[in-house]
Design a protein around this ligand. Structure first.
Ligand code: G6P
Length: 610
């Protein structure tokens, strides 16, 4: 979703702002813009389209100055046009701002401002905020006071970076619901919506909390609430390296991240798996150990791919711990007045830790007295900070919009949690040891599948022209079917659906003909025979079958058009291997269709607005 970058210091701002915009591109956007102050005037350029178009546009222009802001916009109010792109200004062009989030009371504010004679050039909620701050600035004569006063009246969410022609030594940042990170350099500061735009300049960061603002000047900064109370800033060290947000030799971040999975999975279980005891040690949960022991029910919630990992988690935790697990889309949970008891454990699963629906669902659960936990990748993110306790994925920054390595790491952490809860309940030490051993082998199994990526690439070539695809799985591999279909549709724009295989007979079977590829998750487990029957039903209707099967399975080869084998593992852990060929299949199909794999149209990496 939208990205924010701002710089104040002694270096030229333009290259820093443009580099920041490039590092934020992965979040998803449809227009971009910059504003640079040279001390007397602020020059602005904004364009619909990619950052590269903006760069071409300004190549022959001069943007001197050591104060600047830049934005990538993902349209909410108003189309992705040049004029609607950020930055926006007040009517006199003195207040210049960029904004992530949604100003919910903008229509009321706009009507009020129009009554007072103000005019608007765009359809955006953000311009209303700029004009509003400008009006207050006219009356109050103080930039910071005008911003603070405006923000107190704003309903909705904002991450903001604001500059003013009259105060060229000041950059104001503010946050409510939309992340803002301050990079603390040597007499220079960088403001960004995520740390990936900061790490090349400094590792020292401050995360603004909701309703806080930062006033940054070249010789120092303060943080305070929008109610004007000073807050002492907490400085954190970023825990990732610059190379982790660079593509290296890979053509896309998505492919890089798929190939990182042996090591990211290992990082997720490192130091947490107790092979001898058949148990898991999750330091982040120590504070809630008693609550977990007493828990009567677990509710897992999330969105997109994280919701799929929750579905796998349901199978794993119920099986290992015999504890009821419910899974719910965060967007549904937050609005339907759910029945939540104080001894429930509600776990939000989120790569970014910023997804607004997941955050709101957790807040709702907290209000109802439950213990709330986070399974989150981004250290210091809002969900990580607001939950009672949690477990980090340690998968490193995920840049590709389509989630891959975060998914397998979520499965790793959910299995560790299942082991931990299971050993407190019915799971015997030998069952625990067996599962722990198998879990520790997963990285090498993933690596073995990745070694055969060329085979999957050649299958992908055959299906690049298809318009529909059906993914079928049963049991713990049913959510993998959903995730496989999601991967394909989000990056290749091929319509794809995932179903529990037996449900096929209740509808999707009507779609099957010789043009319909059907991807079966058909590893050898207790429901293998049932899957074989489903495959036969598809074959009888001339569907084209791609089977993900266990190594050595000869039977399936006689039924399927293509078989991609995966190494055998504990049946509960099969999603960690079966998901890998599906990621590669989606990737290679999308590349063959010429799609922008890392930045699919209309999608955002982190959905911070409703
Ligand atoms: C967006 C992304 C998905 C992601 C989902 C949830 O839709 O494009 O890849 O799965 O948000 O994000 P989260 O950060 O909460 O896991």
């Amino acid at each position: 979703m939208c990205g924010i970058i701002g710089y104040i210091g002694s270096r030229q701002a333009l290259p820093i702002v443009l580099e920041g915009l490039r590092n934020l591109e992965y979040r998803g956007y449809d227009s971009a813009g910059i504003a640079i102050s040279d001390g007397t005037t602020i020059r602005i350029c904004k364009r619909a389209g990619k950052v590269a178009q903006l760069v071409t546009e300004i190549a022959h222009l001069s943007f001197p100055g050591t104060l600047g802001i830049g934005h990538t916009r993902w349209a909410t109010h108003g189309e992705p046009t040049d004029i609607n792109a950020h930055p926006h200004t007040d009517s006199n062009g003195r207040i210049v701002l960029i904004h992530n989030g949604i100003i919910e009371n903008y229509t009321v504010l706009k009507a009020r401002l129009e009554r007072e004679g103000y005019h608007f050039r765009t359809e955006t909620d953000t311009e209303v905020l700029a004009v509003f701050i400008g009006m207050l600035y006219d009356r109050l004569g103080d930039f910071e006071l005008a911003v603070r006063t405006a923000l107190q009246e704003i309903e909705g969410t904002f991450g903001l970076a604001i500059i003013c022609t009259d105060d060229p030594d000041c950059l104001i940042a503010a946050r409510r619901g939309s992340p803002i990170v301050l990079g603390i350099g040597d007499e220079e500061y960088i403001v960004a919506s995520d740390a990936s735009a900061i790490v090349s300049h400094t590792r020292r960061v401050v995360y603004l909390r909701d309703d806080e603002m930062a006033i940054l000047r070249r010789n120092g900064y303060v943080t305070k609430t929008i109610g004007d109370e000073f807050v002492s800033p907490e400085i954190h060290e970023l825990d990732f390296e610059l190379e982790q947000i660079q593509r290296g030799n890979f053509p896309h971040f998505m492919l890089k991240e798929i190939f990182e999975q042996p090591s990211t999975f290992r990082d997720s279980i490192r130091g947490r798996l107790l092979l001898e005891e058949g148990n898991a040690k999750l330091g982040g949960l120590t504070a809630v150990a008693d609550k977990l022991r007493a828990a009567k029910r677990i509710i897992l919630t999330g969105c997109g791919t994280s919701w799929h990992s929750a579905l796998v988690g349901e199978y794993i935790i119920e099986h290992l711990a015999r504890l009821p697990v419910e899974v719910e889309y965060a967007s549904e949970l937050r609005y339907r007045n759910p029945v939540i008891y104080p001894d429930d454990i509600v776990i939000g699963i989120s790569q970014s830790g910023e997804t607004i629906d997941t955050l709101a669902a957790l807040r709702e659960a907290k209000l109802k007295g439950a213990t709330i936990l986070g399974i989150v990748n981004v250290v210091g993110s809002t969900i990580a900070r607001e939950t009672d306790a949690g477990v980090y994925l340690h998968a490193g920054p995920e840049i590709g919009v389509a989630s891959t390595k975060a998914f397998t790491s979520q499965l790793a952490v959910l299995t560790l949690l299942g082991l931990y809860l299971g050993r407190q309940r019915d799971l015997s030490v030998s069952q625990g040891q067996h599962l722990a051993r198998e879990l520790s082998r997963i990285p090498q199994l993933i690596a073995a599948i990745l070694d055969r990526s060329a085979e999957i690439e050649s299958i992908a070539q055959e299906y690049a022209g298809c318009t529909n695809a059906l993914y079928l799985g049963r049991g713990v591999n049913y959510p993998v079917a959903l995730e496989g279909a999601l991967k394909l549709k989000e990056i290749s724009y091929i319509h794809a659906e995932g179903y529990p295989a037996a449900e096929m007979k209740h509808g999707p079977i009507a779609l099957i003909d010789e043009n319909m590829p059907v991807i079966f998750l058909a590893t050898q487990d207790e429901i293998y025979e049932k899957i074989i029957s489903n495959i036969q039903e598809v074959k009888a209707r001339h569907g084209r079958i791609i089977a993900i099967a266990t190594e050595g399975d000869r039977r399936i080869a006689s039924l399927a058009d293509h078989v991609i084998t995966v190494p055998a593992t504990h049946p509960l852990l099969t999603p960690m291997v079966t998901t890998i060929p599906l990621q590669l299949l989606a990737y290679y199909i999308a590349v063959a269709r010429g799609c922008d794999v890392d930045k699919p149209r209309n999608l955002a990496k982190s959905v911070t607005v409703e």
